[in-house]
Design a protein around this ligand. Sequence first.
Ligand code: PMP
Length: 423
Amino acid sequence: MAAAAATPHSLVLQRSNTAVPRAAAVSSSSLRLPTRAARISCTAVAAPSPSSPVTGAAERGVYNFAAGPATLPLSVLEKAQAELVDYRGSGMSIMEMSHRGKEFDAAIKKAEADLRALLAVPDTHAVLFLQGGATTQFAAVPLNLCADPSDPTDFVVSGSWSDKAFKEAKKFSAAAVAWSGKDGKYTSLPPFDAIKQNPEARFLHICSNETIHGVEFKDYPEPKNKSGILVADMSSNFCSKPVDVSRFGVIYAGAQKNVGPSGVTIVIVRKDLIGNAQPITPVMLDFKTHADNASLYNTPPCFAIYICGLVFEDLLAQGGLAEVEKKNAHKAGILYDTIDASGGYYVCPVEKSVRSLMNVPFTLAKGPDFEKQFIAEATKEGMVQLKGHRSVGGVRASIYNAMPLAGVEKLVAFMKDFQARNA
Ligand code: PMP
């Protein structure tokens, strides 16, 4: 709509070309408009600065390093804004229409098709758009994959999130820790042959990227269990790089880091694993419920799915996930290089070979007071949400797909300057 041409934070008076009944025309005349109808909408539009390319964040005054919900591509937000009030000529927003109508049906089908294209999801796997966050999948996975709570399952505990997944799975399976990084403060991953896999386990579970500790699998262990099932919580590196989906029984991810707003959780599950849920499984947690109903068993998170669809379009337009991975590797590279070249001023505790391209945790050797000062000064400079997770402290820069290179460049320039001023 006309919003694209608006001035910053302006009140936009939009004139519709549609003739309206006389009564409406009368009310518009009181606004001293011509006899045709006028629609008045109040639209706050942050116009891109003419001097800088539309990269996504600086145009809004800040670079947002939040771990999730996280920054989204500006182009996606602008597209959503432009079609918010009147979705593609329907006269309604996508939030206001039936999830069984033709508009939403087209949106969810396109979102699934684009996600399948991005990740080359094979026909052997179903794609589900669910609710309840990744946290709900901590229970749903053992409920769906185990015949009963005595079935053994294996967990690699590489940080807070896989620990939570393990603890929840204990309620619905005989979950065991096949490897734990706790003694090393979750700064490493095991060589795969050090994972003590139970051949009787129903599945092996990993968290592909620990959002709090910044530990990321660069390859995936082979499940040695008799069913050959590998399960991954990919919440914080989903769609950040290509993944061979055929290696996984289940991949699940909350959307709110790389692909959309909170409210939708994406599950990619091998079709032969659907339909065997434990009898106590609530209907909403049974993969079959959602697979049989194309994710429309009940009212889905329509707006969140729509935004994910826009993000998938954007990722495809960038050239797909191989291109996206190159950008992510470059961004993370300059940040880790700055930390490593600081002579110990900044410290990233994570073993180099498993450092996350998405979440970069670091501390300042001079201590928490300097970290506070660092975060406060960075905030003043427009680099926000850099505080480390409350459980570990320090600083964490989350640099998901939508964080522009310019944001990371600004951060490393600030880090060098801060060090020079506070050596
Ligand atoms: N797993 C990982 C790796 C996460 O980062 C998070 C959220 N930060 C979760 C699970 C939990 O996700 P949700 O809040 O969507 O339940």
